[in-house]
Write a protein that binds this ligand. Structure first.
Ligand code: ZN
Length: 175
């Protein structure tokens, strides 16, 4: 089922997600809902807190092409970044940060440890865009957003702009 994606400044996006302890049907269903929501958006990845579920679940869109009929998802449960090397700076956006994108610095290469939805432990290396998406989604599980990584000047400008957007919408609704 496609879920509503929570947007900043919703406080649920700031909560540290709880580790998953049971690898059951409920977990599989959450992942399925997250995948449908991510492909519908569409997005490069999605973290469970973005749909209001405070659990350490992140998914990455690994489809080869955007319009690929065989959509592929990598689900990471209780993931951690074991190490990071090098750096990359690129434009980043987020389904939870409306009408904004900014340049963000990330590790170029990371080593990741996680559980599969079946409860098996995996370790792998990721680099470039793939590594960027994983770092972005794992931040969500810590209650962090990419706008925390930009200058306070840029962040404050965005907050002002967002306030205006929300105000305009509220006015439209009350008309
Ligand atoms: Zn995001």
């Amino acid at each position: 089922m496609i879920k509503t994606i929570l947007t900043y400044p919703n406080p649920l996006l700031r909560k540290k997600a709880e580790p998953v302890t049971e690898f059951n049907e409920e977990l599989a269903e959450i992942i399925q809902d997250m995948a449908e929501t991510m492909f519908d958006a569409p997005g490069a990845g999605l973290a469970a807190p973005q749909i209001g579920i405070s659990k350490q679940i992140a998914i990455i869109n690994t489809s080869k092409k955007e319009d690929d009929a065989d959509k592929e998802v990598l689900a990471l449960i209780n993931p951690e970044i074991l190490s990071g090397e090098g750096s990359q700076v690129d434009e980043e956006g987020c389904l939870s940060i409306r009408e904004y994108s900014a340049k963000v610095k990330r590790f170029m290469t990371i080593k990741v440890k996680a559980m599969t939805p079946e409860g098996k432990e995996i370790e792998f290396e990721a680099d470039e865009f793939f590594a960027r998406v994983i770092q972005h989604e794992l931040d969500h599980l810590e209650g962090k957003l990419y706008i925390d990584l930009i200058s306070s000047l840029k962040r404050n400008l965005y907050k002002k702009r967002l306030k205006k957007i929300i105000q305009t919408e509220a006015e439209k609704k009350s008309e």
